[in-house]
Design a protein around this ligand. Structure first.
Ligand SMILES: Cc1cc2nc3c(=O)[nH]c(=O)nc-3n(C[C@H](O)[C@H](O)[C@H](O)COP(=O)(O)O)c2cc1C
Length: 166
């Protein structure tokens, strides 16, 4: 099996966030896909070890900040390589509140979603969520996962579903 075949699947780069235990928290993800348009439903895969997993499980509501090619790599790194268990990422990254959830200022669009169901895999939970709101914030080009790897030369940690050992 050629594991590099998975590099040929396409994704975007996002920050998912929720409000948990009186603070905002979240993480960088690439694993969001639209499941249906009417009703609007998305799926999101989150590693069991990520703090964001237990928070979304608890509060059942999250925002998706859709990042653009102009988004600051610091946003991706802060949300993607640190844990909300021991730091407050929203102290570092500027955000606005939309429908009581944080959307980072760096986003070109956002979605708000409510968890309706979940599927467990050995390492990740796949949350199935109804989209309750969403809008385009500017005309910047959404970042693809391949742009993140090939142009920004960004890396993904082991907890990302797409992780391939170098
Ligand atoms: C580009 C990128 C994509 C990622 N995609 C995912 C993903 O789809 N699902 C996931 O569980 N973690 C993903 N991660 C890893 C989490 O963002 C990372 O483990 C984070 O530190 C978890 O933070 P938390 O403990 O506060 O939830 C990704 C990281 C990067 C940099």
């Amino acid at each position: 099996m050629n594991n590099n075949v998975f590099r040929n699947l396409s994704y975007g780069v996002y920050v998912v966030a929720c409000e948990c235990g009186g603070k905002y928290t979240g993480c960088t993800v690439n694993s969001i896909m639209q499941i249906t348009s009417s009703p609007a439903i998305i799926a999101l895969s989150v590693n069991h070890d990520n703090y964001t997993n237990e928070c979304i499980e608890k509060v059942k509501k999250f925002s998706v900040s859709i990042l653009s090619e102009d988004s600051n790599p610091l946003s991706i790194g802060t949300f993607g390589f640190r844990s909300g268990r021991n730091c407050n990422k929203f102290d570092i990254i500027p955000y606005n509140i939309i429908d009581v959830l944080p959307v980072i200022n760096d986003a070109c669009a956002y979605l708000i979603a409510e968890v309706a169901d979940k599927i467990e895999t050995p390492t990740h939970t796949v949350f199935i969520a109804n989209v309750t709101n969403g809008d385009i914030l500017n005309d910047k080009k959404p970042m693809t996962y391949s742009y993140y790897h090939n142009v920004i030369k960004g890396k993904s940690p082991k907890t990302a579903p797409t992780y391939i050992q170098e």
